[in-house]
Design a protein around this ligand. Structure first.
Ligand SMILES: [Fe+2]
Ligand SMILES: [Fe+2]
Length: 270
């Protein structure tokens, strides 16, 4: 399986990067599945039904989210109608939507799991226990070609710990939420691919995707100021290319992708 995972899409420029690059990547790398975290796709805050449609039209299969999932209230009644749009699986039980999805890909299926961390974030159910429960029901091999976990978390320590916890049981644990790609893509000893943060699909001449002047002023003055708007320069699409072994479901190769915008470009060789 060849899977592309992209980090938090921020605003219009982030969406434009997905629309521009994903269809080409899909073809060039014969991608079996594309997973994109879209929690900031609508003006930096949440996402809408229309934006979900735009991202699917660009060739995205699964949308993951995080702490910003409910920022646009219209997504609350919509999420139960869209099984490909996930919210963290360790949200309380009564929360609308699903936290994981078994998606058909290449004649088999891929399990995509969305989880959220608890360190320096809102109180939630235990993501480690939630993943353990899911992995008791879903084991790699047979019809299940791959398991990809989006761990939406603030602390790199919690992300690394979850990756080691899952090592050998899932194909990949990729972090989101920090909006900056980390340089630690690797296959862990047990065969799970890992990168602490995928980085955002957004304009990097910004403060994590938002306009730099008002965002900086907030730190300088300690005043709330107006609601920040996304930066609108050309976005860098930041993602991770994952290749899994067809028999074990574990990772064979993991490499970052950075396309367009300001960041140093990186595209894996085919
Ligand atoms: Fe985000
Ligand atoms: Fe987030």
């Amino acid at each position: 399986m060849i899977i592309l995972f992209c980090g938090d899409v921020v605003g219009r420029s982030g969406r434009d990067a997905v629309k521009k690059h994903v269809p080409i990547l899909r073809q060039e790398f014969a991608l079996d599945l594309v997973v994109v975290n879209a929690e900031n796709a609508a003006g930096g805050f949440g996402l809408t039904e229309r934006i979900c449609g735009e991202l699917y039209d660009a060739g995205v299969d699964i949308l993951t989210t995080g702490n910003h999932v409910w920022d646009q209230r219209q997504i609350i009644p919509y999420i139960d109608r869209d099984p490909c749009l996930l919210r963290p699986a360790n949200f309380p039980r009564a929360t609308p939507g699903a936290g994981w999805r078994l998606h058909p890909a290449g004649g088999r299926s891929v399990l995509v799991v969305n989880l959220m961390g608890r360190l320096f974030m809102d109180a939630l159910d235990d993501p480690f226990a939630r993943l353990d429960d899911l992995l008791a029901e879903h084991r790699l091999g047979g019809d299940l070609a791959a398991i990809v976990v989006d761990f939406h978390a603030e602390a790199s320590s919690e992300k690394m710990a979850l990756a080691h916890f899952a090592d050998g049981r899932v194909s990949a644990v990729f972090g989101t939420h920090c909006h900056v790609p980390t340089a630690d893509a690797q296959v862990l000893p047990g065969g799970t691919a890992y990168q602490t943060d995928a980085g955002m699909c957004g304009d990097y001449d910004s403060v994590i995707g938002m306009q730099k002047e008002p965002s900086t002023r907030r730190f300088v003055t300690k005043m709330p100021g107006e609601r920040p708007q996304p930066a609108e320069g050309e976005a860098t699409l930041c993602g991770i290319l994952l290749e899994t072994d067809d028999s074990s479901g574990l990772a064979r190769m993991v490499e970052p992708v950075r396309l367009g915008g300001r960041l140093t470009q990186h595209l894996p060789r085919r």
